[in-house]
Each structure stands twice: as structure tokens, then as C-alpha cells.
Design a protein around this ligand. Structure first.
Ligand code: 8X3
Length: 257
């Protein structure tokens, strides 16, 4: 599908995979709807996207955990921004890496509220318009963690397993419409992901990537997201699992000293 002039809605677009995805779609001459909690960071992404070739950018602050805010933000979109062609449900995070019985309940709430409930709220707000217009594509950000649980990560892994189930369920529920539904499931990606997970502990975050040659970048994942979106409209890519070459699954890495 040619994305020139098409409206692409990306959540969590202020950094990492979200920001890289905004730039990738910008290169196709798309129109970008960018949302994230940090509005000031979004302004930088918007500027870069326009320089990269985006036809237009409309960005707004949004916390996907706030159901009323999600509903209101989508309802308040200017008329010329309503026909969303691609929704990239990217907003998500991990918090903590502890045994389940020692985990911080606030961390669990944040992951489940963002990765699962937030994704559902945005989907619920956007997909009816796609069905009505008879066109659209929902791209969910899953994870290798949704395919194989790792120790100390039960809740994050559960949230990504939920994304898998929601992705599959939505695809069944839009059957009979032209809507496409895809999950893009990366393994190790070098972004602020680990820094966020460890509440800003840079040393602990850096250790995650230690010895892993060439982890994925946000751009690598954005490239796959763009690929699934640009397939012919009769082709639905259900799921893409991608890792760095030195990662076999969410438990097994090759690390060099
Ligand atoms: C990111 C992959 O293994 O760090 O979703 O949880 S992992």
C-alpha cells in the first residue's frame, strides 16, 4: 500500500521505536498523528518528521492509561485528521525485574495499564472509524517476551502475551472487513527500554546489553513496521518475531566479553 498522504497514528511516539517509526512513515510522505505523554519531546520528533518528508504532523500529549483522555482525544481530532489508516499501538514499557513474590505492585499496575489496557482503549477508540470507512491497519507492538516468559519478568511477559491474544482476537473480530491486524514482536532493542525498566539506573540498564553484538535499534523495528504496512491491501502479516542475530529467544543470548 502506498502511504503518501495517509494518516498514521503512533502512540508512544516521543522516543525509541515510536519516534523511529514516525520517521520511517515520514519518509513515505504520510501524515502523522503523534501521541505521547511528553509533549515537549514530541515537538522534536514532529520537526524531524517534517524534515524527513512527512506531509503534515499533528501531535498531542496523551497518556494511554487514561481511558477518558483517549476517548476525548480521538473524538476531538480535527475533521481532516479523522481518517486514520494505520494505528501503531506502540506505547508500552517494562518496570522492574524481580521475582513475582517480591515485585512492586505499582510497577505491575503501570505495565498492565499501559501495555494492555491503554492499547485496548486506543484500539476501541480508533477501530470503529476504520470499520466504518472500510480501510485500516492496526499494528501492535508485542515482544519476544509474549512468546516465552523469562524469570523475574512474569508481569511484563504476561502483558505482552496479552498483546498477542488481543492481536489474534482483533484479527478474528474484523474478519469480513478489509481491516488488517499485525503484531510486530521484537527481542532486544537498544532504546531507553531498560533505563525505564530500572527506574533510571543506567548501570543496570547497560548490563542488559553487555556482550550482545548489535542489538536491534528502533530503526530496525520501524523498518519492519513500515514493511507490514506497505504490503498490498489483500495481504495481512499476522505476526513478525524479530531478534538480533545473537538472540535466539527471550531467554537465550550469545554474549561476548
Ligand atoms: C522487550 C524484550 O526481552 O527485554 O520487549 O523483555 S525483553
Amino acid at each position: 500500500m502506498n502511504l503518501k498522504g495517509k494518516i498514521i497514528f503512533i502512540t508512544g511516539a516521543s522516543a525509541g521505536i515510536g519516534a523511529a517509526t514516525a520517521l520511517a512513515f515520514a519518509g513515505e510522505g504520510a501524515r502523522l498523528l503523534l501521541a505521547a505523554r511528553r509533549a515537549e519531546k514530541l515537538a522534536d520528533v514532529a520537526k524531524a518528521a517534517l524534515e524527513r518528508g512527512a506531509q503534515n504532523v499533528h501531535s498531542f500529549a496523551l497518556d494511554v492509561r487514561d481511558q477518558a483522555a483517549v476517548k476525548a482525544a480521538v473524538a476531538a481530532l480535527p475533521a481532516e485528521w479523522r481518517a486514520i489508516e494505520v494505528l501503531v499501538n506502540n506505547a508500552g514499557l517494562s518496570r522492574g525485574l524481580e521475582k513475582l513474590y517480591a515485585g512492586r505492585i505499582e510497577d505491575w499496575e503501570e505495565m498492565i495499564d499501559t501495555n494492555v489496557k491503554g492499547l485496548l482503549y486506543v484500539t476501541r477508540a480508533v477501530v470503529p472509524g476504520m470499520v466504518e470507512r472500510g480501510s485500516g491497519h492496526v499494528i501492535n507492538l508485542g515482544s519476544t517476551a509474549g512468546h516465552l516468559t523469562y524469570p523475574n519478568g512474569a508481569v511484563y511477559c504476561a502483558s505482552k502475551a496479552a498483546v498477542r491474544a488481543i492481536n489474534d482476537g482483533l484479527r478474528m473480530d474484523v474478519l469480513g472487513t478489509p481491516i488488517r491486524v499485525t503484531s510486530v514482536d521484537p527481542g532486544m532493542v537498544k532504546t531507553d527500554f531498560s533505563l525505564v525498566r530500572f527506574h533510571g539506573d543506567a548501570e543496570r540498564a547497560e548490563n542488559v546489553y553487555k556482550g550482545v553484538k548489535n542489538p536491534l535499534t528502533g530503526e530496525d523495528v520501524a523498518d519492519v513496521i513500515l514493511w507490514v504496512a506497505t504490503r498490498p491491501t489483500h495481504v495481512n502479516i499476522a505476526d513478525v518475531l524479530l531478534t538480533p542475530v545473537q538472540q535466539a529467544n527471550s531467554l537465550l543470548f550469545h554474549r561476548e566479553n
